[in-house]
Design a protein around this ligand. Structure first.
Ligand code: 13P
Length: 250
């Protein structure tokens, strides 16, 4: 059976004080069994979060990492080896906000590979824009984004990775894909994996992201190919995030 995952992407939010407050809420949270919980703070706060979550089964991930595994002359970057050393077990790769900043398929494939080489599990983010959806190109776009990684690294690379489907039009907009819209894309993603390796497809954790909140989480997570969520805004509030985690545990 696939486990469910609920992960909070804090994006570029937080101060030392607000992170301390959020950590207190996370520490006090009763976590249901069977749900993998993770948070992705800005890299500046990774050490604070890892220290603050000692002894709590919440994994810490980074929002980005460098194209190469080892440290080197890459000003402003953080290598996945450094993330692993800090205690990070996950990293987001190819979030649409980074693709918009110019991150190409080639770059994110290097990041994905470098992260895995360091034992840091990539969470590959894919999703279409509103214009692409309205043009009927959703499955083509998502299929290409996933396909380029499969082509470069092989489907077996997804034995140790997570995929997050995040329609760009649903991110931070309050617009959520309907459970059926999300399910349709998730089923296509799983079918694309299955065409290469049925077992990889069966075990792959596919998360939905885009305006998930406590009020819509249970319905989304109830769909057969949705294995949890990648939560932005709602993960900054411990009560709301906790309610989403509980929805995944039911
Ligand atoms: P929101 O939940 O704020 O829409 O963000 C989703 C997201 O981008 C998570 O990575």
């Amino acid at each position: 059976m696939r486990r469910t995952m609920v992960a909070g992407n804090w994006k570029m939010h937080g101060t030392r004080a607000s992170v301390a407050e959020l950590l207190q809420g996370l520490r006090n949270m009763a976590l249901p069994g069977g749900v993998d919980v993770a948070v992705f703070p800005p890299s500046l706060f990774i050490n604070q979060v890892i220290d603050g979550l000692q002894g709590k089964s919440i994994a810490t991930g980074a929002q980005n990492s460098a194209v190469q595994a080892e440290q080197g002359a890459l000003t402003g970057e953080v290598s996945p080896a450094q993330l692993a050393d800090a205690g990070c077990s996950l990293v987001l790769v190819g979030h649409s906000e980074r693709r918009l900043m110019g991150e190409t398929d080639e770059m994110l494939i290097s990041k994905f590979k470098a992260a895995q080489a360091c034992g840091v599990k990539p969470v590959l983010c894919i999703g279409e824009t509103l214009a692409e959806r309205e043009a009927g190109k959703t499955l083509e776009v998502v299929g290409h984004q996933l396909g380029s990684v499969i082509e470069a690294l092989g489907v077996e690379a997804f034995v140790n990775a997570v995929i997050a489907y995040e329609p760009v039009w649903a991110i931070g907009t309050g617009l959520t894909a309907t459970p059926q819209q999300a399910q349709d894309v998730h089923a296509a993603i799983r079918a694309q994996l299955a065409a290469k390796n049925a077992e990889v497809a069966l075990n792959a954790q596919l998360l939905y992201g885009g305006s998930v909140k406590a009020a819509n989480a249970a319905e989304l997570f109830g769909m057969p190919d949705i294995d949890g969520g990648l939560i932005g805004g709602a993960s900054l509030n411990a009560d709301e995030f906790g309610a989403i985690i509980r929805a995944a545990g039911n």
